[in-house]
Design a protein. Structure first.
Lengths: 473, 221, 252
């Protein structure tokens, strides 16, 4: 997927002015809070359930290479083919080759963020293999050429009129309708034909169980089960951090995944695939390819701090609870991953230079960290990116960065030299108060950001310290 | 490729790592202490919330009575059925002949293509279920040669017929049996909790996306 | 609770006034001092204090933040308790100082010790002093906004509410979406004005649509943000710091 992380501010402004987006987004926080409450109450001890999930993910990441090897060994024993790729391009090429070799002119795929990250669809299309998204939300965003709005509901904000128009133009919808159920039915009919004649399907992986060599997929729509049942060839694409140690661990994460995010106790379907089909089975894949794509993760893994970002299970709870995300939606983040988990992951995948706004645009409110079942401390990670960017002399905005660093050093000097601090305040006061009226300032040059919608109290004649000195000699 | 694998694993292995902290204590799920009638009630309650229909049958004959009524109500002309041993007492082929409903199994088809086409054309699919999990009203189905996958995902109606002894309290009881260390696991195992669903358009939820629109369970015993 | 405090017969309590408060809201700092005096505590004030360094850390200037941290640690070293009418500064001390100084063992130890003895104001009043009724009076309906640092950083929710409810004549009503960030976030408010503006507008709307005629906050940043917005758009609507509220005596 082409990254548009540098368009954050402009896209955010656009989305803030989009009434439909805003209406939908405003429902997320209360809806999510209520649903999560209900979902998590099915645990006898919700806090313990979250702590346990965090421990599972911590272990999965701590033991990543061992678990990957174990998963690979078991999967191969069961007849799967495991392919390792370093880059997105390599992974996309392999999948394209597999499709071509098997005479597949099209593939159907499930919603899979790793495939968005690697840009699989564009690669396949350019190679002459038509990719069809089958998750309803992804199907819609694919037809509209739009990035995902939310990692769980990628087209949840799109107006039914737009969907109708796209379906009438490209998905065989005959009768005009804006009823979501009938639109869903149109998508079902269109894609059913693709499932029925499918030669090769592509799915993501929610969890890869090391002890049994099993891949697990969760879904509500049935498209993943279709894709894993209908064609003779199935490709499952995963990034390394999807491994979990045992089936018992997988079950706990399964419980947490839905309940922590959408309040569902469990999705409609959870399918556990251990290798391709066996002899005498009349459906299921003859060939199961599991493609593991690194795309920078082994590098991310080197730093124990950034490594924590790999714990994410893509539950979406952080999005639903983030004051920034629930104001601007997914588009401004400009890549496959949005919300706090996107702010944490995209800079690691795309570099700090092009993702500046992603780690700056955070109030550090901690809501994401609190709700994360995988134990990620998003605010700390963002602060570490800010530190890295501030000290990076070879970064893009060198002059600007140099100036900021000099200012910071000056401030720190003043903070450690109280008399200089006091002097600085005395000198600043008349400048700050230059436009003050009746004890209030409504604008200052260079500070239009603050004053766009707020006033500031004028600096009183004396600071607390000055008053104290006066009163206490 | 071998080099890629080696490079990735080597990079991961040589990174500075601390052993993971011990796991905290996790209380047991409360469903574990439910008795049989409570398990049935809980299973039914949970699955009903997902619009699944749970019909009770005293024996095979009673089960077939439910099946006949369902076929009539849903205007079923063609059914695909698995040949899971649990369904044997029902003798579904004979039942089909009696009620003028075409009942097909995998064995009726020369190859996977023909079988697939039949599944996409059938109005209903009948399977057994290896487990009925009370915790969330979930069916646990092992797919194998006598229990093909497409039968429960392609037709718009899925009918699962099984005996009451399949009821278990939580996922763990099902999984521990399916994934035993000594045995090769099945090629596919699935948890099915209600019909297929989506809420991807304006968050308006509906049943019947790509999988079945309706799930009917006939619980025997 | 401060389990590991070294108590003298009269613990030495000192006040840390956040730099924003020192410069822009000195009356709030004075209210905090008056409040503690009324409860029999005579907190000292060290005039050499400056800033806890949080703005520097948030902007990624760790080395500079470290210097500010060391100055703070030195300034308050001899005190048994440090109190501040600000959750974000207290979080900086409790959660960030140890991490910031992790590579300098002596300073790290000092930071850990300081973390144990530093409290946000309402936390100090209720958890340490055991005071839930400070003898204040207010006639009117009030509500309270939880700052993110106090709520999630320090886990303090009940303490301010207890204090508010015990104010004679005050009718407390909960604020809708009290736990949602007001959009301050330090530099965030200036760098991302569109988003910050939308958040502070929402927060103001929650207040305006409540039966309360007074909004209380325990955080100078939130106070400047929400107060600044209200002053621009709804100048008749009142917001004040909890410390100011708690010294109201109904005209005594």
């Amino acid at each position: 997927m082409q990254a548009r992380t540098q368009e954050f501010k402009a896209t955010a402004r656009r989305e803030l002015g989009n009434a439909l987006s805003q209406t939908f987004l405003s429902l997320l926080p209360p809806g999510f809070t209520a649903l999560r409450q209900i979902g998590m109450s099915s645990f006898p001890d919700p806090d313990a359930a979250v702590e346990y999930a965090r421990a599972i993910r911590a272990e999965a990441i701590a033991r990543l290479p061992e678990l990957l090897e174990q998963f690979e060994r078991r999967a191969i024993e069961l007849g799967a083919t495991v392919i390792w790729t370093r880059t997105s391009h390599e992974a996309n090429e392999i999948i394209l080759d597999l499709a071509r070799e098997r005479g597949a002119t099209y593939i159907t795929k499930s919603k899979s963020m790793i495939t968005e990250e690697t840009g699989l669809n564009e690669h396949l299309r350019e190679g002459g293999v038509e990719p069809f998204e089958t998750d309803l939300g992804e199907f819609i965003t694919q037809l509209l050429g739009r990035p995902p709005f939310h990692i769980v509901g990628p087209a949840i904000n799109v107006a039914p009129e737009e969907i109708r128009d796209a379906f009438m133009a490209k998905a065989g919808l005959k009768e005009s309708t804006t009823d979501p159920v009938r639109l869903g039915l149109a998508a079902r009919l269109f894609l059913r034909d693709k499932f029925e004649h499918l030669k090769m399907g592509v799915v993501g992986v929610n969890m890869a169980v090391a002890s049994t060599g099993t891949i697990i997929n969760v879904e509500n729509e049935g498209n993943i089960r279709m894709i894993k049942s209908s064609p003779p060839t199935v490709v499952a694409l995963m990034s390394p951090e999807k491994v979990v140690p045992t089936m018992s661990d997988a079950l706990h994460l399964l419980r947490i995944l839905s309940r922590n995010c959408t309040g569902q106790k469990i999705t409609s379907y959870v399918s556990f695939d251990s290798g391709p089909k066996r002899d005498r089975e009349i459906d299921g894949p003859e060939e199961l390819f599991i493609v593991i794509v690194d795309n920078g993760r082994s590098q991310i893994y080197q730093d124990p701090l950034t490594r924590e970002a790999l714990r994410c299970i893509r539950c979406g709870a952080c999005l639903n609870t983030c004051p920034v995300y629930t104001k601007i939606g997914g588009y401004p983040y400009g890549f496959a991953y949005s919300g706090p988990m996107g702010q944490v992951l995209n800079p690691l995948l795309l570099g700090l230079v092009d993702t500046r706004d992603l780690y700056q645009a955070c109030t550090l409110c901690d809501a994401c960290r609190e709700v994360c079942p995988a134990g990620i401390d998003h605010p700390s990670l963002l602060l570490s990116y800010r530190a890295r960017a501030a000290s990076d002399v070879h970064g893009q905005q060198t002059v600007h960065a140099l100036l900021r660093r000099s200012l910071a050093t000056l401030l720190a000097f003043a903070m450690t030299h109280p008399r200089l601090w006091d002097l600085g305040i005395k000198l600043a006061r008349p400048l700050v108060n230059i436009a003050a009226q009746k004890g209030s300032i409504n604008n200052l040059p260079g500070a239009q950001g603050w004053f766009a919608c707020r006033d500031l109290p004028a600096m009183p004649e004396k600071t607390f310290r000055e008053r104290w000195r006066q009163d206490h000699g | 490729m071998a080099d890629t694998r080696g490079c990735i694993l080597e990079a991961l292995r040589t990174a500075v790592r601390l052993p993971p902290a011990p796991r905290p204590v996790l209380p047991l799920q409360p469903e574990l202490i439910l008795d049989r009638p409570q398990l049935v009630a809980r299973f039914t309650e949970e699955l009903s919330v997902q619009t699944g229909v749970v019909l009770r049958a005293t024996d095979a004959r009673d089960a077939l009575r439910h099946l006949t009524e369902t076929a009539k109500a849903e205007h079923i002309a063609t059914i695909m059925t698995s040949t899971d041993s649990a369904l044997a007492p029902l003798d579904l082929k004979t039942w089909g002949q009696t009620h003028n409903i075409a009942v097909h199994t995998a064995a009726d088809f020369a190859d996977r293509e023909a079988f697939r086409a039949a599944c996409f054309g059938a109005q209903a699919g009948i399977t057994g279920a290896d487990f009925a999990i009370a915790e969330t009203g979930t069916l646990g189905i092992i797919f194998h040669a006598n229990q093909p996958r497409l039968i429960s995902i392609a037709p718009p109606l899925h009918i699962a017929i099984f005996t009451i002894d399949r009821l278990v309290p939580t996922y763990e009881q099902a999984i521990s049996q399916v994934f035993q260390d000594k045995h090769t696991p099945p090629s596919q195992f699935a948890f099915i909790t209600g019909p297929s669903a989506s809420a991807d358009i304006q968050a308006i939820a509906f049943k019947g996306m790509h999988g079945p629109r309706k799930l009917i369970v006939i619980l025997v015993g | 609770m401060a389990a590991s405090l070294t108590w003298r017969s009269m613990p030495r309590v000192s006040m840390f006034i956040p730099c924003t408060m020192d410069l822009l809201l000195p009356q709030v700092g004075e209210a905090a001092m008056i409040l503690l005096k009324r409860l029999g505590i005579a907190p000292s004030y060290h005039p050499e204090q400056t800033c806890c360094g949080q703005p520097l850390l948030n902007a990624g200037h760790r080395a500079q933040a470290r210097r500010a941290a060391k100055h703070f640690l030195t300034t308050f070293w001899d005190d048994d308790i440090v109190v501040s009418p600000s959750g974000s500064c207290v979080c900086m001390v409790k959660r960030h100082y140890p991490e910031l100084l992790k590579d300098e063992p002596a300073w790290h130890t000092r930071a850990l010790a300081m973390a144990e003895k530093t409290f946000e104001l309402s936390q100090y009043l209720v958890d340490v002093l055991g005071s839930t009724d400070v003898g204040a009076t207010h006639h009117g309906t009030v509500t309270y906004h939880d700052s993110c640092h106090i709520l999630r950083g320090l886990g303090v929710t009940e303490q301010p509410r207890l204090l508010i409810r015990n104010v004679r004549g005050a009718q407390y009503v909960p604020l809708a979406n009290a736990y949602t960030c007001c959009g301050f976030g330090g530099e965030f408010a200036a760098k991302y004005p569109d988003i910050s503006g939308a958040l502070v507008r929402d927060k103001a709307q929650s207040f305006l649509s409540s039966p309360a005629d007074l909004l209380l906050v325990s955080e100078p940043g939130c106070l400047l943000n929400i107060g600044g917005y209200l002053h621009r758009h709804y100048p008749d609507k009142r917001v004040m710091h909890l410390a100011q509220f708690l010294i109201q005596d109904g005209g005594r």
